[in-house]
Design a protein around this ligand. Sequence first.
Ligand SMILES: [Zn+2]
Length: 429
Amino acid sequence: MPGDGAVRYYQENGKAKALDLETSEDEKRRTRGRSLRKKAMTASTKLTHSLKRRSSRRVADCRYAAISVNDVRDAKEEAAVNAFRQALVTKDLLPPRHDDYHTLLRFLKARKFDLHKTILMWSEMLYWRKENGVDSISQDFVYEEFEEVQRHYPHGYHGVDKGGRPVYIERLGKIEPHKLMSVTTVDRFLKYHVQGFEKAFSEKFPACSIAAKRHIDSTITILDAHGLNWMSFGKVAHDLVMRMQKIDGDNYPETLHQMYIVNAGSGFKLLWNTAKTFLDPRTTAKINVLGNKFQSKLLEVIDLSQLPDFLGGSCCCANEGGCLRSEKGPWKDPEIMKLVHAGDALYLRKMRSLSDEEDIDIKLYSSKTSRSEITTADASPNLRQNDFTQQVLPEFIQVRPNQWRPAADRSAFDSVIERHVQAANQTST
Ligand SMILES: [Zn+2]
């Protein structure tokens, strides 16, 4: 129905499409200036209301909304996230960059939805990030010794699984701990490791979400134990692995979808069967220890073309120095990365229209931008919705390839709009 329907635009196979969403009355109410806390309360009321209607719902994920990313939410989980979020807002523990539904949910899952324990874990994570300058580590830290480290510790992301998740591979049997420690230090290696996680969240997961059209924030990990000699692993390597696991578990929880340890020898299998009895069943359920007949298991979850030849796949990335150096994946696709960088949160919405193709009042805003920063563009009758997504938006993404903030870039955006409106008017006369 014109007037109260909200429309979201997205790109699919190069063509722009529009999707009707639920009524925007609630949105309009929320656009009125309110404190963050009040917003959280409103969301809670709205949530309770929606819970009565259905047990699970499909919502638009605002982070990648320039394209369609399906995001099916469970009603119970959503209620828990909302309560957690309100508690964090009250305690002033929710910086905007971490105010994300899926992030909050991962922490809740890591503490089995115990609110008190989750808040403690969350505040420790914030403290750890501050102490270690993690917010800016992607820009600040340069790992100059990467090439040498890669030689003594072959590892990297390569392709996606059948669900669209990034596949991370380590060739454990080729690790040379002493040589590794002669080219880097434990502290620098850990920084590099953290930087890798930050990049996964800022680039790989968003790119995979766009490519797979669903929210993705976990990986498949394959550890190849071929040739591994546990005795040569050494104390330093052991400590390093332990410290890495602590960092991951404390600060990047629930990011492992499944782990496959392949080419595991009989000794390791024996050890694993004993260790399993001491570990959390939720963790052991994610870890698959396989011998040398692992190919069929891997091919159940990963396509042949996405799997390196040394793991029984058909890929060798010959022109890029091998699979572990190629960084093959959606995050290498320039078109997808344009959306990731520019569309950190492009969200198009038709707020008002007299008919489908006339007098369109388009609002562009970011989920991470306060409502007062919303940029409004009154388009002419001749500038149609499809023109907007097919011409204006791509051009804007091109002129502003980096992180875009509507308020700061308003004049640039307005001039692009104006030019297209003029062009559209000329064409029609
Ligand atoms: Zn490859």
